[in-house]
Design a binder for this molecule. Sequence first.
Ligand SMILES: O=C(O)CCC(=O)C(=O)O
Ligand SMILES: [Fe+2]
Length: 275
Amino acid sequence: MTAANPDLPPIDFDRYHLDSTDPMRLHDLIDSCRERLDRDQYCSLPGFLRADAVAQLVRETLPLLARANRAESRRNCYLQRQGDGDYASDHPRNIMNYASYDMIAADLIDGSSALKRLYYWTPFRQLVAAIVGVDALYPNEDPLQPVNVICYGDGDQSAWHYDSTNAFTMTLMLQSAERGGRFELAPNTRRGPDDEDIGYMQEVLGGGRERVRVVSRAAGELTLFRGCNSLHRVSTVTGDRLRMMAVFVYEEEPGIRGDPEVNRTVYGRSGLAPA
Ligand SMILES: O=C(O)CCC(=O)C(=O)O
Ligand SMILES: [Fe+2]
């Protein structure tokens, strides 16, 4: 049993040896994650954070909901709220789905929170870089974007969508819903924004399940996925318990900040200091 060191993020170090000075101990984990990410477009590390730390994160995050940004809109899979009359009515650009959730921005989360301690801990960033196959990753320097918590209550869901240009998305489940709130992903519905498999996308957007994977997510589980080229969504949550998901954004270059306009849409404010 590893003694708890308050300076380290509350990773289950008995299971994930990031505190080891021997990098070989992590090689098997990195290799298997890389393989799954390549094959399935996602990989999961169950029980990544200790259960007591996850429970504490839920307790400290719930009061932040009052200052979260509520999103409620119909949008297509490119997150646009308007369709495009230049395309057929059954083109993905014109297939709109409802999304609603509350978004907690990074500046509402205390610096001492385990979420930020994990996000800014170099060995963790190095592990993620090794899994996704890049030399280095850097924290995002936007005031709102680096670490978020998305909360889905009764009746909330996300719409089928692609994530923006980041090559991967990383999430950590804090609390699952009583029912629903499944994370569903259709691997490789496109190779890039200019190389889309429209037939496959229409199949998924039209309710086809054959190629859709349901990705298990339990509290404390870390999941990396390639959301930029695989349509994904969160199915409707039912019941009183909030589904709470932390999202971490790393960058391949230092100094990256968000677009104030995008911030206004996602967080309801620009993130710029008032003039
Ligand atoms: O809440 C989730 O499980 C996934 C959220 C999502 O789609 C994202 O972070 O890009
Ligand atoms: Fe997403």
